[in-house]
Every structure is written in structure tokens, then in C-alpha cells.
Design a protein around this ligand. Structure first.
Ligand code: PLP
Length: 373
């Protein structure tokens, strides 16, 4: 059987990894500044993570949500403590799209409304409601074009105010747009969303799938501004590669048996992975490391004359050039053995592990300097 060919791939087969290093099947070592698309948070194959998952696998890998799973409570308690959002409730799923799907559904259950306000260049995933609020017609099937979504220019306070009304169910926003090219939501914009939602009774959904879990240098990027969304979606860094996602739900939402549900969400192995991630983030102060190493990278990159703009926060960084970045990324990969990400054609995207060392960041800067002066 052949694979359904939907991914353009690099001719590299990673077989082993540790921290921010990856080795391919030929034994070549690479520096990973892409983190498998912002997924690797605590670093590849962290010993505590390997131990926790292995121990759990040897005991019990899965049982359904029809029984007591204390690992879920442990995960929720540790997440509440580390994020400072202990009063929120946690619902566990398996991916970012699924998290947003449930966030939108819960908002609609809560308000009884259907109109959603989303933003230009937004990416929220590929499932039905998530892709409907994603601003990319190319990935929507005819079935996915929902008439109830209004797209408003990102970071445009006046347009946002004009769009949110008494019929609005929810406003969904990424704190830092990832796929959209590392565009940071301004404080004024997020505060305007919060106010518009309060005034109209709409739900503020913050998509933290990519920018959450320490990546921005705060646990959640909205915490740079002291804002509290009603629902926060998470995935990617949450499991360091083990599929797990979730939503944090403000106390005003009423739970009811059967309202939301999933077979695999919150399974034993996923919880073990999620707990290990939080343990390591706390123990190694990885959010602080992301803030420091990210600030160093951004500061240095801003000194490069050949770069049009450097955007981002913490270890979520976009480097926009005047032309396509394909050749430079190829050189970085093939000659310097450095993985990077991309957004659009002109933007190099850095999404490394939160444990990236300053010396590793410095090595990247040295290599990049050869291609952009
Ligand atoms: C902001 C954001 N939301 C949602 C998603 C979808 O996550 P997943 O691919 O896990 O469904 C992504 C994935 O890139 C994302 O960046």
C-alpha cells in the first residue's frame, strides 16, 4: 500500500534525537530549530519524559474516560499551578484542531449563538469548525465554507469593534499568529477583544496551540498583558511529541455529562507525557530560558542589515527577508545541518525546544550571517 501523498518532504530520515540535536540514518548530526513544528518543548528524548512514559506503558497504556484516571487530576493540578490559571477547568483531547473544535462548540452551547469572528491569516486547524475559522480557502473543502464566520483584519481594533455584536458567539484569536507569519497580537487588540466580548456576551477563545506552553516567554502569550480569555486551546508543546491537546475553561461555563467527549483524550500515556513535560518545564525553568534565549536571538537578528523585519516573542521568531527564503533554508539544512521552519515564502520561522542553549542560538546566528549580511 502506498501513502496518500500530501506532504512535501526533505530527504532526511531522523532516527535519534536528544535535546535540540537530531541524528539521521547516516549518522549526521543536526541542530533542530524547528522542533517538529513547535511540538518539541522540553527537548527530544528528555530522560524524565522517557522514564515517565515507559513506566506508564509497562503498567497501563489506556482505558476509557468511563473510569477514574487520577493522572488527569495530576496533570490538571500541575498545569493550574505552573500557568497560574488554577480556577479554570481542563478538558483533554488529542490535537490542536480538536482543541479549537471543542472550544468553538462549547462557546456555541454556552451562548446559543453561531456567528464567529476570526482574523486574516489565522490558522486554527483542519477539522470542520477549526478550518472554517482558518483564513485559507485552499484547505477548505466545499463542506467547510461556513456562512457564520466573519474575517476581520488582524490587529485592527476598530474593525474588531465593528464586527462583534449581540449575535456573536465567539472571537477566536492566536496570541502570536504562527502559520500567518509570526504576527504578534498587540496589547490594545487583545484588550479590545476582551472588552468587546464582555460587552456583547461573546466568548473570547485564545488559540495557544502554537504560542502557548512557555513558547513566548510566559506560560501563555496573553499573560504578557494580564488578559484572561474565556477558553484557551493548547496542544503542540503540551506532550513534547506525544499527541495531547486540551482546552482550559473559565469557571462561568457549566459542565454537563455528555456535553463534550472523546475516546482517546486524556488517556494514561498522554497524561504521563503531559505530566513529564510540566515537571521538566518547572524544574529546568524552561519558560524563563525561552524568554532569555529568545530575547538574545531577536536582539542579535535585529542587528543584521539584510533582514527586513524580525518578529516574535520568546522562542517563536519570524525572520522576514526581502525575497524567498527557500535557498537560504536549504543551505542551512544541507551545509550547516540546521533545521528551520518557514511561513509564507519570505519568512524563516524558528520554533526550537524551550531548552535551546545560548551557544546553539549563537551557532545559528553565525551560519545565517553567511547568507544575510
Ligand atoms: C495556532 C494553531 N492552532 C491550531 C493548530 C492545529 O493543530 P493540530 O495540527 O494539532 O491539529 C495549529 C497547527 O499548526 C496551530 O498553529
Amino acid at each position: 500500500m502506498k501513502l496518500f501523498d500530501v506532504y512535501p518532504i526533505n530527504a532526511i530520515e531522523p532516527v535519534k534525537a536528544l535535546g535540540s540535536k537530531i541524528w539521521d540514518s547516516q549518522g549526521t548530526e543536526y541542530l533542530d530549530l524547528y522542533g517538529g513544528h513547535a511540538v518539541i518543548s522540553i527537548g527530544h528524548s528528555h530522560p524524565h519524559y522517557v522514564q515517565k512514559i515507559s513506566d506508564q506503558l509497562a503498567k497501563l497504556a489506556f482505558y476509557s474516560n468511563s473510569v477514574e484516571i487520577p493522572l488527569q487530576q495530576e496533570l490538571a493540578a500541575k498545569l493550574g499551578a505552573l500557568s497560574g490559571l488554577d480556577e479554570y477547568s481542563l478538558f483533554l483531547v488529542n490535537s490542536g484542531a480538536e482543541a479549537n473544535e471543542n472550544a468553538l462548540k462549547l462557546a456555541s452551547f454556552h451562548t446559543g449563538r453561531t456567528k464567529i469572528v476570526a482574523f486574516t491569516k489565522a490558522f486554527h486547524g483542519r477539522t470542520s469548525a477549526a478550518v472554517a475559522v482558518t483564513d485559507n480557502p485552499a484547505i477548505k473543502a466545499p463542506l467547510n465554507f461556513a456562512g457564520h464566520v466573519e474575517f476581520v483584519p488582524f490587529n485592527d481594533v476598530e474593525a474588531l469593534k465593528a464586527a462583534v455584536d449581540e449575535e456573536t458567539c465567539a472571537v477566536i484569536v492566536e496570541g502570536i499568529q504562527g502559520v500567518g507569519g509570526i504576527q504578534v497580537a498587540t496589547e490594545a487588540f487583545l484588550k479590545a477583544i476582551r472588552e468587546a466580548c464582555d460587552a456583547s456576551g461573546a466568548v473570547m477563545i485564545h488559540d495557544s496551540v502554537q504560542c502557548g506552553y512557555g513558547r513566548s516567554g510566559e506560560f501563555f502569550s496573553f499573560q504578557h498583558y494580564g488578559i484572561r480569555p474565556d477558553i484557551i486551546s493548547m496542544a503542540k508543546g503540551m506532550g513534547n511529541g506525544f499527541p495531547i491537546g486540551g482546552i482550559l475553561i473559565a469557571p462561568k461555563f457549566q459542565a454537563k455529562h455528555g456535553l463534550l467527549g472523546t475516546t482517546f483524550g486524556g488517556n494514561h500515556l498522554a497524561c504521563a507525557a503531559g505530566i513529564a513535560v510540566l515537571d521538566v518545564m518547572k524544574e529546568e525553568r524552561l519558560t524563563e530560558n525561552a524568554a532569555q534565549v529568545g530575547a538574545y536571538l531577536i536582539h542579535e537578528l535585529k542587528g543584521f542589515s539584510g533582514i527586513r523585519e524580525v518578529r516574535g516573542r520568546g522562542l517563536m521568531i519570524g525572520i522576514e527577508l526581502d525575497g524567498p527564503v527557500g535557498t537560504i533554508r536549504k543551505k542551512l539544512l544541507e551545509d550547516d545541518k540546521i533545521f528551520t521552519g518557514v511561513a509564507g515564502s519570505n519568512i524563516i520561522r524558528l520554533l526550537p525546544a524551550l531548552s535551546l542553549e545560548k551557544a546553539q542560538a549563537a551557532r545559528f546566528l553565525e551560519c545565517l550571517q553567511k547568507y544575510v549580511s
